[in-house]
Write a protein that binds this ligand. Structure first.
Ligand SMILES: Cc1cc2nc3c(=O)[nH]c(=O)nc-3n(C[C@H](O)[C@H](O)[C@H](O)COP(=O)(O)O)c2cc1C
Length: 336
């Protein structure tokens, strides 16, 4: 049966799914408001990371990922959506208004919704197995369906460049006032923390192809590969045609689509945003995107080795803390 009914309990269930979306430093920088027949997404300026993410790009990407997760959850419940992105220019924190429309999920849509609970950011070395080209085609299509452009980096030169840019960005950020404090606040968390990156999700050993961002503490056992084996990481840059606030929201939706599709394929994934947070390294990344696209985030993909331990699930805020009354005054903040 096709439905456009969006009752409160369905809306809350969909929001609890959406809250499982990835976010920079697991900051979950969003709040929701549930109206009669609509769900509204807001950026939460109190959860911004001004030293790490001075432009608010990661914040909007994170909110875009939550928006896509919400749409995936609703569709799995038989509810399609019409999305009005940044519906009120006077309220830049109001990122989206989502209205129901008739929807009929395909088996692929249902499989994507199942991937929401399985997806994790995996920062460890990946196995040497190659990612099949048809998988990468599917990921490009998933990004394109959300308005994103996924450029897979072929050959060692662009991959080496990305590795260098991650290091350069880290050096530059080390000089940024407040960065060390922000990293200490949001990372190195205990297992079971409701927000932030737990130490149990950061590998303790040597890095893979791309250096992992410096987090507060690292207690996850690194994967070991056999002799002669190398990390089979695939790196891809996700971009958009232009770089406004709506593009960044859409980039987050495309990121979510890529990560969930890859999870459905059985791949391990990890978003990397550090070189996008620094203007100089971001400008260099632009050169890797053909057709003049604007880079938004890097995605690392691959197969976890057969022997790899499962990646622990990171925590999320209680659902009630993420939903605000519809009539609360609009937040002002760094969303524009
Ligand atoms: C916009 C964005 C940027 C991110 N940047 C990085 C990054 O640079 N390095 C990294 O290891 N993880 C990065 N992540 C992954 C988050 O740290 C991760 O989503 C969060 O800790 C929640 O864990 P989970 O993805 O396993 O649910 C990013 C995620 C998003 C959405």
């Amino acid at each position: 049966m096709l439905t456009t009914r969006l009752d409160r309990s369905t809306a809350r269930a969909a929001v609890s799914f959406a809250n499982l979306a990835p976010s920079v430093h697991n900051s979950q920088p969003w709040t929701w408001r549930i109206g009669d027949g609509s769900i509204h997404l807001f950026a939460d300026p109190a959860r911004a990371l001004p030293a790490t993410d001075p432009d608010g790009r990661d914040l909007r990407l994170s909110c875009g990922a939550a928006l896509h997760h919400l749409r995936v959850a609703l569709l799995a419940a038989g509810i399609g959506t019409t999305v009005h992105r940044m519906p009120d220019p006077r309220q830049p924190a109001h990122l989206a208004a989502v209205e129901p429309m008739p929807g009929r999920p395909t088996p692929q849509d249902l499989a994507l919704a199942q991937a929401v609970e399985r997806r994790r950011s995996d920062r460890r070395v990946f196995s040497t197995w190659p990612v099949p080209p048809e998988f990468l085609d599917e990921l490009r299509d998933a990004a394109a369906a959300q308005g994103g452009l996924l450029q897979v980096l072929e050959g060692s030169a662009p991959r080496d460049l990305v590795a260098r840019l991650v290091e350069h960005a880290a050096v530059e950020q080390a000089l940024t006032p407040g960065l060390a404090q922000e990293t200490a606040t949001w990372t190195g968390r205990a297992r079971g923390a409701r927000e932030g990156v737990p130490a149990a999700n950061v590998p303790d050993g040597p890095d893979g192809t791309v250096p992992v961002r410096h987090f507060g503490a690292a207690e996850q056992r690194q994967n070991t590969l056999g002799e002669e084996e190398t990390d089979g990481t695939v790196l891809a840059v996700l971009g958009t045609p232009t770089d406004g606030a709506v593009d960044q929201l859409r980039a987050g939706e495309a990121l979510s689509a890529v990560l969930l599709t890859a999870t459905r394929q059985g791949l391990a994934t990890d978003p990397i945003s550090q070189p996008l947070e620094v203007p100089g390294t971001r400008a260099q990344l632009r050169g890797l995107l053909g057709d003049g696209g604007e880079p938004q985030v890097i995605v690392r993909l691959g197969w976890a080795p057969m022997s790899a331990l499962p990646v622990p699930r990171t925590g999320r805020r209680p659902l009630a803390d993420t939903i605000e009354p519809l009539d609360r005054p609009w937040p002002s903040g760094p969303a524009s």
